[in-house]
Ligand binder design. Structure first.
Ligand code: PDD
Length: 305
């Protein structure tokens, strides 16, 4: 192949190292630099969009059905028509994995209310303005062997300042991003939101403590995102002897806990070893958190598609 031909091939089919991905935009597969969204898109102007992140491990999609179901719910809660026909979403995920040759990483999906052609607070007529649909891959080779999983993560607490419909997975991520920056400034890994004295969740994960062998985690409500990893993990835990108590907990309880951990599609189950400068338990990843990570990964891979 000529050099020019080779370059063209890379541009068209994607090159993982150079990150010239093939992405999906409104029914088309395009090189990432050719995928363009309007400046009037409500996702851009109003944060009027929902999203999902599905993990890919060994070319398998983890918890795909859960992410698809939550997407349907998020869209319904804010009144965006579901743009996908039966089976279409999975087909797009598979096509993107194949075209970008992804082994490990994830697929990001975003659906906005679309481009009404100008800025307006009122929702556009859904018969006229169709949602904007974007999906792209993120390659993370060896995603299971993370430093965070090995050593655990350190967190600080920050006030919960997000809106009150945290069960909807919207792209309004300014405050979670600010919380991450506060954590970075404090030389730790992440931030936990605290409201009325109780922890809601992490900046991009659900959180747990372990005390006397019991897993404690906040129950589902509009206060937190209904994590798909959380749901899967609790299903797997139900088959073990480990007890789960769904109730809110405080920072002081976390600091006095035997162990702590968090869950998300991008971090699976990850130990938390320090909260607001205080070591949790031994200050090292705890045995239950480590075991739960193994169980989650094993079962999710078994069920992966
Ligand atoms: N975040 N809580 C919040 C606020 C989140 O943003 C996430 C996921 C979770 C965990 O949900 P799940 O287990 O379904 O990933 C909980 C994703 C990974 C992100 O924003 O990148």
């Amino acid at each position: 192949m000529t050099r020019q031909g080779c370059t063209r091939r890379k541009r068209i089919y994607g090159d993982r190292n150079k990150m010239t991905r093939i992405v999906y935009l409104n029914g088309e597969y395009l090189p990432e630099d050719k995928a363009k969204v309007s400046i009037f898109d409500r996702g851009f102007v109003m944060g009027d969009a929902v999203y999902e992140v599905t993990a890919v491990v060994g070319r398998k999609l983890l918890d795909f059905a859960g992410h698809e179901a939550r997407l349907t719910r998020s869209l319904g809660e804010i009144g965006i028509e579901n743009p996908f026909a039966e089976g279409e979403l999975l087909a797009i995920h598979r096509e993107l994995l194949a075209r970008n040759d992804i082994e490990d990483g994830g697929i990001y999906l975003q659906v906005s209310r679309g481009n009404p052609g100008d800025r307006d607070f009122v929702f556009p007529d859904p018969a006229v303005v169709k949602p904007t649909v974007v999906l792209y891959t993120q390659s993370k080779p060896g995603v299971l062997q993370s430093e965070s999983a090995l050593h655990g993560v350190r967190v600080i607490s920050v006030p919960e300042l997000r809106w009150h419909r945290r069960d909807i997975k919207t792209v309004q991520l300014l405050y979670p991003s600010m919380a991450k920056m506060m954590a970075k400034k404090a030389h730790v890994d992440d931030a936990w939101f605290v409201e009325d004295g109780f922890v809601t969740e992490g900046s991009s994960n659900n959180v747990y403590i372990v005390k006397d062998g019991v897993i404690i985690t906040r129950p589902l409500s509009t206060d937190i995102l209904h994590g798909i990893t959380r749901a899967a993990l609790l299903r797997y835990v139900a088959e073990t002897q480990i007890a789960v108590e769904e109730r809110p907990f405080t920072i002081a309880e976390a600091q006095a806990a035997d162990e702590s951990f968090l869950t998300s599609a991008s971090s699976f189950v990850t130990p938390v070893v320090e909260v607001d400068g205080v070591a949790v338990g031994t200050g090292k990843p705890g045995p239950i958190a480590q075991r739960l990570r193994e169980i989650y990964i094993e079962e999710a891979l078994k069920a992966g598609i």
